[in-house]
Design a protein around this ligand. Structure first.
Ligand code: FVH
Length: 290
């Protein structure tokens, strides 16, 4: 641990997320260098003990370089001109990218002798270092293991293997679950709004209901992983018709688009002759697009 604290860490990108992550590194006692494209954003961190680098070239002269930039293009735009300096060093990229972009950056890094770990941040800035924050990693296992104390400053560190794209894939898969869940909440809030129910009042009920329902994810997963949707005792697809929800939504004068998506996934399986099988079978509609 004491060796780790002698590690010189550089943070590139001091936006909403990068500045909070850099502050945690400074707070933990690491020698911290910070850099941002637009000057001025490093001032507060310099006052807390960081060295504000005057250029990217100066910033990457560190043991570990963290990139928390806007997107994959900004990572390459920032690092391409200083690739010789980065060679032989360690790059941890927590910028959100697609899985293929993460793999491209990993290949670029490997081609220049840079040890590379890709990260997907499952937190908003206020959560960094707090319970509930996690960062998903894939790429170099050696980098993950060696710098675990640094990574753990930001939240739970979870490693998914040497495919640099896998952390990003998990990140985006989890976000897809979040967005669809939020859209479902919005649909419910829109349904009750004409009855004079505020979104806040609905959120109280919805929070309790969604929390209770997350307990069933493991059961759904067990059916999917088992590959047998003819399980007795499970609600069948024919019984899962969302017609009542669609009709009630229309009667409230709201769009049925959110519910139509789920209804269509169910209907495709019924049309294919699987109406008596269990609800988790809709994953087959998703896996096999029309
Ligand atoms: N903020 C959040 O809640 C989410 C949580 C999940 C993960 N994301 C991802 O984290 C990356 C950084 O996000 P951020 O919130 O810090 O983003 P911004 O506040 O917009 O700061 C962006 C920084 O990137 C710099 N930058 C942009 N383009 C370039 C470029 N071409 N060359 C160099 N730097 C660039 C920007 O610099 P400046 O505009 O101040 O000069 C900021 O430092 C991101 O991937 C999220 O998806 C955050």
């Amino acid at each position: 641990m004491s060796d780790e604290k002698n590690t010189r860490v550089s943070m590139l990108g001091l936006g909403a997320m990068g500045s909070v992550m850099a502050a945690a590194v400074i707070e933990a006692g690491y020698q911290t260098v910070v850099w941002n494209r637009t000057p001025g954003k490093a001032d507060g961190l310099a006052a807390r003990g960081a060295v504000a680098a005057g250029s990217v070239r100066e910033a990457v002269a560190a043991d570990v370089v963290i990139a928390c930039l806007y997107d994959a293009a900004s990572v390459r735009e920032t690092l391409d001109p200083v690739v010789e300096e980065l060679s032989g060093r360690t790059l941890i990229n927590v910028t959100t990218t697609s899985p293929d972009q993460a793999r491209e950056i990993a290949a670029w890094a490997a081609g220049h002798g840079i040890a590379y770990l890709d990260g997907g941040i499952m937190a908003v800035p206020a959560m960094i270092g707090q319970p509930g924050s996690s960062i998903l990693y894939s790429g170099s296992a050696a980098v993950f293991e060696q710098h675990r104390p640094l990574l753990d400053l930001w939240g739970e560190s979870v490693y998914f293997g040497d495919d640099a794209g896998l952390a990003s894939l998990y990140d985006l898969a989890l976000l897809s679950g979040m967005y669809v869940m939020f859209a479902g909440f919005m649909h419910g809030a829109a349904m009750v709004a004409p009855a004079g129910v505020s979104a806040g009042a609905f959120a109280e009920r919805a929070s309790a209901w969604i929390a209770a329902m997350t307990g069933s994810l493991g059961g759904l997963a067990a059916v999917i992983d088992g590959g047998d949707y003819t399980i007795a005792g499970q609600q069948s697809l024919e019984f899962s018709s969302l017609d009542d929800i669609v009709a009630a939504s229309a009667a409230q004068g709201i769009s049925t688009e959110v519910i139509d998506v789920v209804q269509n996934l169910i209907q495709r399986q019924i049309d294919a002759g699987h109406g008596e099988e269990a609800f988790p079978r809709i994953i087959e509609s998703i896996k096999h697009p029309v």
